[in-house]
Design a protein around this ligand. Structure first.
Ligand code: HEM
Length: 403
């Protein structure tokens, strides 16, 4: 479709060397160029303002889940994340919706506390004994993985294998951005892990049919909608996708929290003394750093956005990290301030596909941060943090910590 001449155009890649280390100045440049900016190099329409980003994410009748085919191929079947038809999406999501509500998740608090203590206490001991340890490899990644393993009803003897599958699967997004042989190997290993996890989940699904149970796999297997309207591959893919969606993301939120609080020791001390600030602090880390920096959407039928008519098939890229620093919505958006008045950010998405696991992620990070502040309020980060190339799921590669 012919675009008006006034539409700003920029030429840039999100994967350029160093871009992801500090993408915020470039996001501001895009914002200054206009409310909707055509990226010639990526053939995408970039959107930065909070109202426009939420409009795109909230209007699934005009904007379809982007890259759906790649997701389906990856997980082996459609899941709630790849279905835009509201009735089918909501029926699938509805199977687990109650389990992820804040109230019912209180029933998982003891589990989360146990997992956090098991992982955090030995980590802190190592730091206290003088070691410098990478918190990403040795702490944050394991916590969400072990929590979701328990919620799915995975047997304890399989936890180490389950974590290895989850880590290898999560590494795919990084590997895909690495053009070297190592990147290719990471992707292949991740695909292999996903296939093995799918096979394992398939056996678990069969087991729950024979022995009904109250875990997440058991609940899906017993749900009338799954029994009558979902194929076997959709049931398996839905469980695998849950593992993928929740683990890297939550681990990255913990890693960002470590870095943000280390960079702001006064606020960290305030937080250690006033735990009512823990949840607001986690939201402020998420707002200001934003893990899912963008999600692509495909235009389904012609639609107007910020004065530009978009043709069917056009790709729109809502930049959530930019929306979360929109100066029209937040004062001093670049400042980290845990005492900010609460306002919803878009780090968990918005609309039909908004994150089903957001309350679980918040609970895990809250329990973990509370205990960290009890055990080690004055930790140090010993090396400059490398954010790698993954702008879509942005987070520290490693966080080396010392007591
Ligand atoms: C800090 C941690 C997390 C972040 C940043 C995050 C981010 C997101 C975002 C941005 C979306 C929307 C995707 C879209 O619009 O296409 C999403 C969807 C989703 N998330 Fe999360 N997520 C997190 C934790 C979790 C956890 C713990 C789980 C489950 C255990 C989970 C499961 C899902 C699922 C199943 C969807 C698809 C929902 C649907 O399509 O209806 N996420 N997440």
């Amino acid at each position: 479709m012919q675009q008006p001449r006034t539409t700003p155009v920029m030429n840039m890649s999100f994967h350029e060397e160093g871009f992801n280390q500090d993408p915020f100045p470039m996001l501001e440049e895009i914002r200054r160029a206009g409310p909707i900016v055509y990226n010639e190099q990526l053939d995408r329409w970039m959107v930065t303002a909070y109202p426009h980003v939420s409009r795109v994410l909230g209007d699934s009748s005009h904007y379809a889940q982007g890259a759906s085919e790649a997701f389906v191929d990856f997980f082996g079947g459609t899941t709630m994340e790849t279905i835009d038809e509201p009735e089918r999406h909501n029926a699938m999501r509805g199977i687990w919706a109650a389990d992820f509500q804040r109230g019912s998740l209180e029933g998982q608090r003891a589990l989360v506390e146990r997992v956090v203590a098991d992982q955090l206490d030995p980590f802190v001991e190592r730091l206290r004994s003088g070691e410098t340890v990478d918190a990403v490899a040795d702490l944050t990644r394991s916590i969400p993985t072990l929590v979701i393993a328990s919620m799915l009803g995975i047997e304890t003897a399989m936890f180490a294998q389950f974590s290895a599958w989850s880590d290898a699967m999560g590494a795919i997004t990084e590997g895909a951005l690495d053009p070297t042989e190592k990147g290719m190997e990471t992707v292949m290993a991740g695909r292999q892990a996903t296939a093995e996890l799918n096979a394992y989940i398939a056996a678990q699904v069969a087991d729950r049919r024979a022995h009904p149970s109250d875990d997440l796999i058991g609940k899906m297997v017993a749900a009338p909608f799954a029994q009558t309207q979902m194929s076997e591959v959709e049931i398996i893919a839905s469980n695998t996708q849950l593992v993928f969606a929740g683990n890297e993301t939550t681990a990255k939120l913990m890693a960002h929290t470590l870095v943000s609080l280390a960079a702001h020791p006064d606020q960290r001390r305030m937080l250690a003394g006033d735990r009512s600030l823990v949840l607001p602090a986690i939201e402020e880390v998420h707002r200001s750093e934003t893990i899912t920096q963008f999600i692509d959407r495909d235009v389904r039928e012609e639609v107007e956005l910020a004065g530009v008519r978009l043709a069917p098939g056009a790709v729109v890229t809502p930049l959530q990290g930019a929306a979360n620093r929109d100066p029209e919505r937040w004062d001093r958006p670049g400042d980290f301030d845990i005492t900010r008045a609460a306002r919803q950010h878009l780090g968990f998405g918005f609309g039909l596909h908004s994150c089903i696991g957001l309350n679980l992620a918040r609970l895990e990070v809250q329990v973990w941060l509370d205990r960290l502040l009890d055990l080690l309020p004055e930790y140090h980060i010993t090396e400059e943090v490398d954010y790698g190339p993954n702008f879509q799921l942005r987070g520290p590669f490693a966080v080396f910590m010392a007591a």
